[in-house]
Write a protein that binds this ligand. Structure first.
Ligand SMILES: [Fe+2]
Length: 146
């Protein structure tokens, strides 16, 4: 991974933005018996991830950088890619959530290590807050899939 903290945070922020968009997609397009529960849960998630996205962008500003705002650039830089607008069953939604939250949990841990080495403890503390949410939700998502 690249050593430039601003670039690292921009890539992370791009993933949050695409994830946020995918959460909206599934919120709109969920079908089936679990509609009511997951429609509501997905709203909770996109509201939370939106706050993480905002905090990451503001940290980039505090570090003297510019957060990526071009949607095209965000999509290019992000590892998580935009999902097709189509029907998603409850199980498909849970599989996507499991996959993306797992990816983001590992990704966040990697970044915490990088920023600890940089002695950037503000960023470490911010990422730790994200991790508390992600890892707990991941446990619940995985429990739903059992
Ligand atoms: Fe809504």
């Amino acid at each position: 991974m690249k050593e430039n903290g601003i670039q690292i945070l921009n890539e992370y922020m791009a993933n949050l933005k695409v994830l946020n968009n995918n959460l909206y997609n599934m919120h709109f397009n969920i079908v089936g018996a679990s509609f009511f529960g997951l429609h509501r849960k997905l709203q909770e998630y996109y509201e939370k991830i939106s706050l993480f996205y905002d905090s990451t962008a503001e940290r980039i500003k505090m570090l003297g950088g510019y957060p990526i705002t071009s949607l095209k650039k965000i999509e290019d830089v992000s590892t998580i890619k935009s999902m097709k607008s189509m029907d998603y069953t409850g199980n498909q939604v849970l599989e996507v959530l499991e996959n993306d939250f797992h990816f983001l949990t590992d990704y966040t841990k990697d970044l915490i290590e990088i920023f600890e080495n940089k002695k950037d403890f503000y960023t470490v503390s911010m990422l730790n807050d994200f991790l508390l949410f992600l890892e707990k939700e991941l446990w619940m998502i995985e429990s739903c899939l059992k």
